[in-house]
Ligand binder design. Structure first.
Ligand code: ADP
Ligand code: MG
Length: 257
């Protein structure tokens, strides 16, 4: 189970401070919802989590180890409009995720490995409710189905951390609820840590175990460049538990009785 430590992180582009002094630690299995006004640096923060961008100051640690400077299969990502490949079927899109993870140079698997990848991909498509659509192309899928395909493509690599950037924003309310339920189930089953950016506060509180808001505290025009957004509230959401922790060692349990 993964613990993320964000240590006094700043992000500055040129003379513009975007984020300042972002500092928090997550419990294993957290579902962190990130909210805040447009332009306050939420996507920038996710790009740093992904390893696409380095913090200007501070560091991000995963289980105590500083993040590498490049994306890794540890971290999966789903954007609002995810670019699943239009010329590949649903199954091929999901398999591609595994092929690149396991064979970064060739991007292809052969023989037994390929059969295993196919079985795992079919299983993952089934668990996001796309068993009937494995041979369909993205253009033949509805928005909700495309987004579930994007989720399957990210999850097939078994990321420890899933990064979601307004992933459900473009979906109709009914479909959005359906995808919420799938997301919550997968989060519980996989025991991963999720960071989800959303501008919908009710979605943040429905899905998150913790809601963190970024905002600018100093926002006068002359201050805008010098000061970035920071954490303005950080709330634990009651009544929602993280996935179960590994069982306590049997001898310890017996000794405690
Ligand atoms: N690569 C970049 N170079 C310069 N400025 C950037 C870059 N990426 C983001 N920004 C700026 O950082 C600020 C935050 O952007 P972003 O993280 O996309 O906000 P949000 O996702 O919260 O809407 C914006 O002012 C944006 O213009
Ligand atoms: Mg954004």
């Amino acid at each position: 189970m993964t613990r993320v430590t964000v240590e006094n992180v700043w992000k500055v582009y040129g003379d513009q401070t975007v984020l300042e002094n972002i500092h928090f630690e997550t419990e294993p299995g957290s579902f962190i919802a990130l909210v805040g006004p447009s332009g306050c640096g939420k996507s920038t923060f996710l790009r740093m989590m992904l390893g696409d961008e380095a913090p200007s100051k501070g560091r991000i640690l995963i289980d105590g180890v500083a993040l590498e400077d490049e994306p890794s299969p540890d971290r999966g990502v789903v954007f609002q409009r995810y670019s699943v490949f239009p010329h590949l079927t649903a199954l091929q899109n999901v398999m591609l995720g595994l092929e690149f993870a396991q064979s970064p140079v060739m991007g292809r698997l052969f023989g037994r490995k390929r059969r295993e990848a196919r079985t795992a991909s079919l299983e993952m498509l089934k668990s996001v409710g796309l068993a009937h659509a494995v041979n369909k192309y993205p253009s033949e899928l509805s928005g909700g189905m495309q987004q579930r395909l994007a989720i399957a493509q990210a999850l097939i690599k078994k990321p420890k951390i899933l990064l979601l950037d307004e992933p459900f924003g473009a979906l109709d309310p009914g479909i959005r609820n359906e995808v919420h339920e799938i997301m919550l189930r997968l989060w519980r089953e996989e025991g991963m840590t999720i960071f989800m950016v959303t501008h919908d506060l009710s979605e943040a509180f429905k899905l998150g175990t913790r809601v963190i808001a970024f905002d600018r505290v100093r926002n006068r025009p002359e201050e805008q460049k010098a000061y970035g957004a920071t954490i303005t509230f950080d709330l634990k959401v009651d009544g929602k538990s993280a996935p179960p922790q590994p069982p306590v060692d049997a001898t310890l349990a017996a000794a405690a009785q």
